[in-house]
Ligand binder design. Sequence first.
Ligand code: DX5
Ligand code: ZN
Length: 221
Amino acid sequence: AQPDLIAPSILSADFARLGEEVENVLNSGADIVHFDVMDNHYVPNLTIGPLVCEALRKHGIQAPIDVHLMVKPVDRIIPDFAQAGASYITFHPEASDHIDRTLQLIKSEGCKAGLVFNPATPLSHLDYVMDKVDMILLMSVNPGFGGQKFIPGTLDKLREARQRIDASGRDIRLEIDGGVKADNIREVKAAGADTFVAGSAIFGAGEDSDPNRYDSILKKM
Ligand code: DX5
Ligand code: ZN
């Protein structure tokens, strides 16, 4: 088993001071940077692209960057994110016409590859590609916005995903994204997650001037 990772979602960070926000959260104990890419087409919101990923690398951020693509089509943006310094690239099966090909493309660009499952998307998309997947990301909200409420049915789905990973014998991360807070993170971990995205719970906490403002969730593990 791999160690647990906390992945702050920069969607809820202050974009005007992004470098500083990411540095602070990593210094407070976060492990990887969750980078939400939205295109106003696959999801009804518009965020950031490869230029911002590259800017974080140029700023000196060395932690793994976990790029969550909520875009359609997905393939043509993948090489740009690999060039920009992405570590993981995950995508929604609904956004790719050729899931196996997209997974291979991500890996051929030197990144770790993952599939993302919306609350109503079945895990059967994994059936023939487990050998190509390094991460499984379960959405516990519908994608598009931070600050939504955790959908409880995701706990059963986490248990099912954990069984699939254990049966595969491969080192595959099981990531959970949406509505994760200090008061449910232990339950989510018990259901099998090992990688925890949190946006509003981390960047919405406390006053900017408080150096310990991220502790409530980062120290819960
Ligand atoms: C939603 C994004 C999430 C979002 C999570 O589409 O994928 O990463 O930032 O935000 P919280 O933790 O506030 O639910
Ligand atoms: Zn995300």
